[in-house]
Structures are given as C-alpha cells and as structure tokens.
Design a protein around this ligand. Structure first.
Ligand code: NAD
Length: 517
C-alpha cells in the first residue's frame, strides 16, 4: 500500500482509511476501522461458537479445513490479484511466497492434525511406573487472536489460523492495515470451506485495533511483525497472563566460505536479498565473504544484480523480477540506510535509488565496503540491497554475524556440510540454512522463531506447532497395583523408614538409580 490516508469518519463514528496501491499509486478503496467494542463483540461471538467447533472430532475439523485447499486452488488467481494490487509483488512471487506454501501448509497440517492432537500415553520412568499412568490430552485454548504484517499478508495469516483452528480454537484475525484484503482472503477461504463464520473472524484496522484485540479477553496471541510492536504486545500479554508467540524482525547474515560454489552463492545473495523487494523477515540483510574469494564474488553479484528486471527496466506490464516497495514508509527507511552508507564510505556497485518508474519502485542495489558503523549493517533494512562486508576468515564472519541485537536466522554457503554445522553451532540465531536462506519458514516440520530481539516462542515444528495452540493437560491415572503406595494420613514410623530407605538405598546406590530412572 503506497499511502494510507485517514478519511472522514462513518456516521457511527468509526474511522476510515483510504488505501492506495504501490504499483502505480492506484486507489484501492478503503477499510472501516473496527472499534474496541467491535473487536470485543467479535471475540465474544468467537467464544460462544468455539465449544461446538472443539466438540467436533479432530478428523472432522481437518476434513473441513482441508476443503480450504480446494477453495484456494480454485480461487488462487483472485488471491494473487489482491496480493499484487496491495503489496506490489509480481504474480510469480505471490505464488512462490504465498500461494504454494499456503497450499503445502493446508495439506500438511490437515494430514498431521488427527495424529498430533490425539491424547497420548507417555511411559513413566521407573520410580513412578508402578503407581501411575500418564496420558497427555491436548485441549484447545479457546479464542486465539492473530495479528499479522503486510509483507506476507496471506500466508502469515493463513498458517496460524489453520493450526489454531485444527487445534479446536476459534480465531479472530487482525490483518495489517497495509494489506488488509490479502489477509482477509485467509478467512474467506476457510469460511467458504465450511468453518463457521464466528469461529474464524476478521477485524480490520491499524495498531489501535490490534491493541484492542490483545485486550479483548483472548486466550493467546499469535503475533508476526516488528520488534517495537512485539515488545508492546508481549508486555500486554504478560500483564494479562496469556501466552503469545512473537515472530519479529531480523537482520540475517549470510556467510560465504572460501570453499563455497561462488556462482550459487552470488545468485543466492542477490535473490535472497531482493525477493519481495527485500521485504522479508528472513531475507539476507548482510553478507560476509572471506577475503580470498571476495573479488570474484562481488564481481558476480554485481553482474547478476544489474540484470534483475524491475519496473523501469522492463516497462509497464512487462515481466518483472522485482516489484516495488509495499509502503512509502519502507522506502523511506531504505533510502535513509543508503544515504547513511554512502556518507560513511560504502561503494554503490549497482543501483542505489528510485528508478523513476512511478509507484514505489526502486533499483536493485549492491553495496560493498560496508561496516558495522552503518545502519545498513545494524538495523533491519527490509529493502533490495545486497550489503557485502569482507572478512579475514570464518571466525571473523561469525563474530560479526553475532554482533546484532537480532537473531532470526542465518545462512552459510560452503561446499562442506560439516563446516556448516560447526558454524551453525556458533551462530546465535533461531535457525541456520545451508546454501540457501529464508526457506525455513516454509518447512512446517522445523520449529521456527527468533532469538534475542527477533522473537519469543515458536511457530511450526510439526506436532509441536499444532500443540502450541493447545493446553497440554496431563491426566495422571492411578494403577490398580499402585494402591497402598499413595501417602495418606496418618503418617507412621514405618512410612518414614520406608521413604528414608528409598532415598538411602534406591537413590543412594548407583545400580538401583538406574532402575528408578
Ligand atoms: P508492525 O509491527 O508495524 O505491524 C504488524 C501488525 O501489528 C499490524 O497488523 C499492525 O496493525 C499491528 N499493530 C501495530 N501496533 C500494534 C499494537 N500496539 N498492538 C497490537 N497490534 C499492533 O509490523 P509490519 O511493519 O506490518 O511488518 C514488518 C515487520 O514484521 C518486519 O520487522 C518483519 O521483519 C517482521 N516480520 C517477521 C516475521 C517472522 O516470522 N519473524 C515474518 C514477517 C514479518
């Protein structure tokens, strides 16, 4: 969305926001901002509808949610059109980043849910085994509030919605005001698939609406967005004592080792810094390349970046590799980072500014000679810049990669998987990817989340992901054989001796310890 402008309020006193597209500054209609009362009413309706949804067997919920995949396949062109209009991403990028992973998530989570959410018997260890049995049941939390950003507005809404619903919750989504209709599509396809309207609802608006959702008595918040907002939401959830997952910003480093396939590394550095116009939490924001291969690497990066087709090069309506920025605010941040880097002595190898193509287009840019004195190496840039710093060796690369308040993900380009593992063990990041980056969010088996300021909690992670939207309720069952082992009043000397013997002999002797473990 290029511009969001306030319009006169509705007759009922609700705020209105006018939306403008980033491709050609075309008007995209408006949203009426939900008030705190509207939000609370949506949450109340969701709470009333949730028990009936939770009462359906998981298999039935999964069958209904799986139908959303049919709806998405059928209506994908409409979703792509909305994504393109609101965010500017080229259709191929809407497919790679939003539609294909959404199809995969729907398919994966609906297949997994019946197994992952079944109550499970857990074997107890030797000391407790004679007296108790343990079953863990996964209960829905109730109503989950999902608050999402504008850069992946469809998939980042759909993925938590699907997981929360499969786990038996009702969900209220507050999509970003910058790409509201793209987020709303996630709710539309789930409703069209047969999820009851009050079980999956959407409220539109900006930060005030999001804050109202956090305050509306929900049982969990799943938030994806900036660090600043994440801190505010984390504090509010702390005060309300409700769980939250915070998937926040990043400053992901890519390390290019001396043995890396340089062609692959150069192509990766350009693509992984620039796809979605660089507006990806997991995109490569910093590149550290070891000196011995730096000349060849930089030269190849420059060639590949110069050939990236963006709007003013390709001409209106033509094929493009890189779309515009989604928001004016984002373009301003990137401009500031570029100006700062130039002023502090960085070299602009390629690009370096607006491309004169109208809308929010920008040139693919390559910077060399950057250092940690520059904003482009320390703050989240979120723009189509490959920023390359040369390092003596991998140790220096690791030290610089860790020199950041963020810790979302990292990437290591090397021909040697063992070296990648060694480096990964020293990186303070939520995940590490070999000869690639960013794709880790699209791997639902991988627990995804940041360290340091990049977030709190995990999304995805196979069954852990689905179970994150539940309360794991241990059911401690009595064994018949265990009768008499339970302590009751009155205490007796015999009991005391027996317990003391357990400590002295059972835990005191190594051989018996093993039996009790
Ligand atoms: P943002 O924090 O400005 O907004 C995110 C959402 O929060 C929006 O829906 C917004 O309306 C809402 N919001 C704003 N203030 C709020 C408040 N006080 N209370 C409740 N809700 C509030 O983020 P953005 O600019 O939309 O998104 C870009 C950021 O998201 C980047 O930092 C990016 O790295 C991050 N991101 C992280 C991930 C991840 O998985 N870690 C994925 C995508 C984007």
């Amino acid at each position: 969305m290029a511009v969001i402008a306030a319009l006169p309020e509705t007759e009922e006193g609700r705020r209105r926001l006018a939306l403008t597209g980033p491709v050609d500054n075309e008007p995209l209609g408006e949203i009426v901002v939900a008030t705190a009362d509207d939000v609370r009413a949506a949450v109340d309706r969701a709470r009333a509808a949730q028990p009936a949804w939770a009462a359906r067997p998981v298999r039935e919920r999964a069958r209904i949610v799986a139908r959303a995949l049919d709806v998405l396949v059928r209506r994908r062109a409409e979703v792509i059109d909305t994504l393109h209009a609101e965010t500017g991403k080229p259709p191929v990028e809407a497919l790679t980043m939003e539609i294909v992973p959404s199809c995969d998530f729907l398919n994966y989570w609906t297949a997994l849910a019946p197994r992952a959410l079944r109550a499970e018997r857990r074997a107890l260890h030797g000391y407790l085994r004679p007296s108790k049995k343990l079953v863990v049941a996964y209960r829905p939390l109730g109503v989950v509030g999902v608050i999402t950003p504008w850069n992946g507005p469809f998939v980042l809404a759909l993925n938590p919605l699907v997981q929360a619903l499969l786990a038996g919750n009702a969900v209220v989504l507050k999509p970003s005001e910058v790409a509201p209709r793209s987020g709303e599509w996630a709710v539309r396809i789930l409703r069209e698939a047969g999820v009851p309207a009050d079980v999956v609802a959407v409220v539109h608006g900006d930060g005030q609406t999001g804050a109202a959702l956090v305050d509306a008595g929900v049982d969990k918040i799943s938030f994806t967005g900036s660090v600043a907002t994440g801190r505010v939401i984390g504090a509010a959830c702390g005060a309300a004592l409700i769980p939250c997952t915070l998937e926040l910003g990043g400053k992901d480093a890519m390390i290019v080792c001396a043995d890396a396939d340089l062609e692959e590394a150069a192509a990766g550095a350009v693509y992984l810094s620039m796809f979605n116009c660089g507006q990806v939490c997991l995109s490569v924001e910093r590149v550290y390349v070891v000196d011995s291969v730096a000349d060849a690497f930089e030269a190849r990066v420059a060639e590949i970046a110069a050939a990236v087709r963006h709007r003013s090069v390709a001409g209106p309506g033509a094929e493009v590799d890189m779309g515009p920025f989604t928001s004016e605010r984002q373009r301003a941040i990137v401009r500031r980072h570029l100006d700062d880097a130039r002023a502090r002595g960085a070299t602009v190898l390629v690009g370096g500014g607006e491309n004169g193509g109208g809308g929010l287009h920008f040139t693919p840019t390559v910077l060399t000679g950057v250092t940690h004195d520059m904003a482009v190496m320390t703050e989240e840039t979120f723009g189509p810049i490959v920023a390359i710093e040369r390092v003596r060796d991998e140790d220096e690369a690791i030290r610089l990669a860790n020199d950041s308040p963020y810790g979302l993900s990292g990437s290591v380009f090397t021909a040697d998987p063992a070296r990648m593992r060694e480096i990964a063990a020293r990186l303070v990041t939520g995940s590490v990817v070999h000869n690639d980056a960013a794709v880790v969010y699209g791997v639902p088996e991988a627990p995804f989340g940041g360290r340091r300021s990049s977030g709190l909690g995990r999304v995805n992670g196979g069954r852990e992901g689905l179970r994150g939207f539940t309360h794991a309720q241990p059911l401690l069952l009595a064994r018949r054989l265990g009768r008499g082992q339970t302590i009751r009043y009155p205490y007796t000397d015999a009991q005391e001796k027996q317990l003391d013997r357990l400590v002295r002999v059972g835990f005191g002797r190594r051989i018996l310890r093993r039996l009790l473990a």
